[in-house]
Design a protein around this ligand. Structure first.
Ligand code: ADP
Ligand code: MG
Length: 256
């Protein structure tokens, strides 16, 4: 099927969006990094985001994660407008888990310690509930099909396995939307498949995923819809039905 035939999509409106953004904008001085972006994201969708360097993909995600504040526009979670003033608000109110490219986890700690980093479970508000955290980590990793053990040293894992541990936080903390910005950029090629499979597993567990990648073959492999950014705006939204990598490139770089 040609790209022209692929429906320009807004997911047919059969359910309420999990998250909607309306006319979201963010400028840095004269640079309109994100310029009037509107998008509905539906539950259990995997949305692939592509676009040239500087197209505004990362800044768009950072508006959702509270790392930047929008100059204008709205973010609506399950029908309710949310002022995303900080990463904490993003995690708690939008139920977003951001998986960073450099992971910002601790190599010298164990897998379970990284899984709970910054969100440690305590008994009576004081004592770390180590056993509970180890067990929960093990269960989350099993759900994601990972062979990693909770007590493994984080630095002994491959880059792909480390990504999976970061992603497991989405399960542990009941996040609904997982955001990955170039997750496979820093890992070896033979581990990419592991991360892609984990993304598909997240969807099976009811999660919604936003994936930014310059690896278009990854985007085409896992996405339900593909959003093309250019110059801070959404240029096209494509339902991923029969789309090939070669179809995306002219849309990303062409000036239609
Ligand atoms: N913290 C920042 N300060 C100033 N300009 C920024 C900042 N972050 C991004 N930009 C600019 O915003 C635009 C969009 O950047 P970005 O979202 O990182 O692009 P992408 O992720 O699509 O490659 C670029 O022109 C970039 O230089
Ligand atoms: Mg980026």
């Amino acid at each position: 099927m040609s790209v022209q035939a692929a429906a320009e999509a807004d997911a047919s409106g059969k359910q309420e969006p999990l998250l909607s953004v309306r006319s979201l904008s963010k400028a840095f001085g004269r640079v309109r990094a994100v310029d009037g972006v509107s998008l509905d994201i539906y539950p259990q969708e995997i949305i692939g985001i592509v676009g040239d360097n500087g197209a505004g993909k990362s800044v768009f995600l950072q508006l959702l994660t509270g790392n930047h504040r929008a100059d204008a526009g709205e973010i609506i979670f399950k029908g309710q407008r949310v002022q995303v003033t900080s990463p904490k608000v993003s995690r708690r109110r939008l139920r977003i888990e951001m998986v960073y490219q450099n992971l910002s986890l601790a190599p010298d700690l164990r897998v379970w310690e990284n899984a709970f980093l910054g969100e440690e479970r305590r008994r009576c508000g004081i004592f770390m509930d180590v056993r509970a955290m180890q067990e929960a980590t093990g269960e989350a990793l099993v759900k994601l099909g990972a062979k990693v053990q909770p007590n493994d040293l984080f630095s002994d894992l491959s880059g792909g396995e480390q990504q999976v541990v970061a992603i497991s936080r989405a399960i542990l903390f009941q996040r609904e939307l997982i955001i990955l910005d170039e997750p496979t950029a820093a890992i070896s090629l033979n581990k990419v498949e592991e991360v892609l499979r984990t993304i598909l597993d997240l969807k099976q567990h009811g999660k919604t995923v936003l994936l930014v990648s310059h690896r278009l073959e990854d985007i085409v492999r896992v996405s339900d819809r593909i959003v093309v950014f250019a110059h801070g705006r959404i240029k096209r939204v494509l339902r991923n039905e029969g789309i090939r990598v070669g179809d995306l490139i002219p849309i990303m770089f062409g000036n239609d």
